[in-house]
Design a protein around this ligand. Structure first.
Ligand code: ADP
Ligand code: MG
Length: 247
């Protein structure tokens, strides 16, 4: 039997600045599936995906993160990226002095041992067109003066260029107009296949109309308290989170 699990999180406890934020997360994501993570502000969603990516600010005090059968709990973020984990940030950073294309070239070289400049240029052109980022924008400094929507589309361009196995989107849909939202969804759907896995953090079912989830997880107060199929998003939109029991 082939292993369908791409990510396994076992009893994960995480602290930020001495305060426990994640209080025993258990989560399994299967390959070939689209998953959504929903939950109120401050419940720990960003903490979870940043911890999966290996952000040093988040201290694991207990538990394990297994990716593709490997224990990555103590791996550095770049090692995790090389294995195929990708995070689109809730608040993408502006980096002046480094152009989008230079940044993408450097990261692609890091990730792909068979990097070819010819292939890179071709892929950059195709993927920029797909997410409707004009050529001149890839010559601008990374996110510098970009609008909210442009920053998010740029995250999706980065995702397409790196071709990760596990894609985590942290509120990529927040603040997007409907056209930008469709563009983001087009990029994600173009990447998705039966060897990949998507994990979307969102507050709204709107993005889930374009990227159909197989499973939805609900986080409350640092724990996953409920999961269900796509219909759960409708229920949440209607009733909020108040009806969900914490334990
Ligand atoms: P979400 O993404 O679900 O809105 P976060 O993961 O961003 O939630 O935050 C979870 C909790 O962690 C919040 O209560 C937040 O205030 C807290 N938190 C984040 N950073 C720090 C920090 N540096 N010190 C103390 N608490 C923090
Ligand atoms: Mg968040």
């Amino acid at each position: 039997m082939t292993n369908k699990k791409i990510l396994e999180i076992k009893n994960l406890h995480v602290e930020v600045d001495g305060k426990e934020i994640l209080k025993g997360i258990n989560l399994t994501l299967d390959v070939g599936k689209v998953n959504a993570l929903m939950g109120p502000n401050g419940s720990g969603k960003s903490t979870l995906v940043n911890t999966i990516m290996g952000h040093p600010k988040y201290k694991i005090t207990k538990g394990k993160i297994i990716f593709g059968g490997k224990d990555v709990t103590n791996f550095t973020p770049d090692k995790r990226a090389k294995l195929g984990i990708f995070l689109s940030f809730q608040y993408p950073r502006e980096i002046s002095g480094v152009s989008v294309s230079k940044f993408l070239k450097a990261t692609s070289k890091e990730i792909n041992p068979n990097f070819s400049l010819f292939e890179f240029k071709k892929k950059l052109k195709e993927n920029s067109e797909l997410v409707e980022i004009p050529n001149e924008m890839t010559e601008r400094y990374l996110n510098d003066g970009f609008s909210g929507g442009e920053k998010k589309k740029n995250e999706i361009l980065q995702m397409l260029m790196l071709d990760p196995k596990l894609v985590m989107l942290d509120e990529t849909d927040s603040g997007l107009d409907v056209d930008s939202l469709k563009t983001v969804a087009k990029g994600v759907n173009a990447l998705m296949n039966n060897k990949k896995c998507i994990f979307i953090i969102t507050h709204y079912k709107r993005i889930l109309e374009y990227i159909k989830p197989d499973k939805i997880f609900i986080m409350l107060n640092g724990k996953i308290v409920l999961d269900g199929d796509g219909k759960l998003a409708d229920e949440l939109e209607e009733k909020g989170y108040g009806w969900i029991e914490e334990d």
